[in-house]
Write a protein that binds this ligand. Structure first.
Ligand SMILES: [Fe+2]
Ligand SMILES: [Fe+2]
Length: 356
């Protein structure tokens, strides 16, 4: 059977307590575009916000469900540990560190991860976020045509307990940052990292279900006893942007992820067309994986299924996109509702908490 290959990440969906606070962080502090304000189609009493680049292109999207009464979530087996947004240069990354600290957001790093450099912080609900540099890339320590074929452990200077934490903590941009600079522009999802207890089984699954290929086999540099593997849309000549999914390998029996506020809800990968999506659905069924019917999410069509470690995955089509129900120049300015909820607009708007 034809094994479709995903072009990469489509979006990640997070859970937040307060949409107004979320908007203040992702739009005003991180500078992402709000490309759609709508409601959770399965629960129209709460906001669903979409952030991304100006057009809301797949691979740049972070979407947020507002669940004011949900318990606090937590990362663990079958959940997302963190998501990383890309920045072009180490200079832009240091500017981010200074800017976030100015906004009262604690930041750790920059850590030289060998393939990129990383800073870490959390959103107001506790979701761990990373800003990672685009380069130098996965081919810096093995041939581009043979990524991920052997385990590579970066030298001592990279590993917790052996690196110079004081120097790392002290590194920042020398001057205050008055506004987000061009160098700080965030280029969409760099990678998403989850937690599994069977990394070899997940390797088989990501290859069979999504066509993803290994681009790095290493250890978690903050926990060197744990494996850390990276997969991507990779054809032996290039690693596609916005396509890296990575897993920490935890020992069996560790705590499971707890759904709730501050814990990512699901990770969506791209299908370039509806035919492509049906091919993924056929493939999953042939593998014996329960998969949903195609659901109309207005801006894309979606199917949902669980990975063997419990992670909720989605495959979402690239189209029709966010300009389907409002002009591309004014995305995200007003509340958009699907046709079947439009008749209830007054009641829905009246019940939604104010967004500010
Ligand atoms: Fe990361
Ligand atoms: Fe989704």
């Amino acid at each position: 059977m034809h094994v479709p290959v995903t072009a990469g990440l489509h979006h990640v969906t997070l859970v937040a307590r307060d949409a107004r606070r979320t908007l203040g962080f992702y739009r005003d502090v991180l500078g992402l575009g709000l490309v759609k304000r709508t409601v959770n189609f399965d629960d129209p009493g709460s906001h669903h916000l979409y952030f991304g680049d100006a057009q809301g292109r797949p691979g740049t999207l972070v979407t947020v469900f507002e669940w004011p009464r949900a318990p606090r979530g937590g990362f663990g087996l079958g959940g997302v540990h963190h998501l990383a947004l890309g920045v072009a240069s180490p200079e832009g990354q240091l500017q981010w560190k200074r800017w976030l600290l100015q906004h009262g957001v604690p930041v750790s790093g920059p850590y030289d991860r060998k393939w990129f450099t990383s800073i870490y912080f959390a959103d107001p609900d506790g979701q761990v976020l990373e800003i990672a540099t685009k380069g130098p890339g996965y081919a810096v320590d093995e041939p581009l045509e043979a990524l991920g074929q052997r385990v590579i452990v970066p030298g001592d200077g990279h590993l917790r307990g052996r690196r110079d934490e004081r120097d790392i903590a002290a590194a920042t941009w020398p001057e205050p940052i008055a506004a987000i600079t061009p160098a700080m522009a965030l280029g969409g999802l760099h990678h998403v990292t989850g937690i599994t207890d069977d990394i070899a089984r997940m390797h088989d699954f990501l290859g069979e279900a999504l066509g993803l290929r290994l681009v790095k086999r290493s250890v978690n540099q903050d926990d060197p006893d744990a494996a850390h593997w990276f997969w991507a849309n990779y054809d032996g000549t290039r690693v596609a942007d916005h396509s890296a999914y990575t897993l920490f390998g935890w020992p069996p029996g560790v705590r499971a992820a707890r759904p709730g506020v501050g814990q990512a809800h699901h990770v969506a990968f791209r299908a370039e067309s509806t035919d492509d999506q049906l091919a993924f659905q056929d493939r999953l069924r042939a593998m014996g994986v329960p998969v949903s019917d195609v659901m109309d999410r207005t801006y894309f069509q979606s199917i949902y299924f669980r990975a063997p470690d419990g992670m909720l995955f989605e495959i979402a089509t690239d189209g029709p996109g966010f300009a389907v129900d409002e002009p591309a120049e004014v995305l995200g300015r007003t509340l958009r509702l699907p046709a079947w909820l439009e008749a209830e607009r007054g009641a829905i708007e009246g019940a939604l908490p104010p967004l500010g």
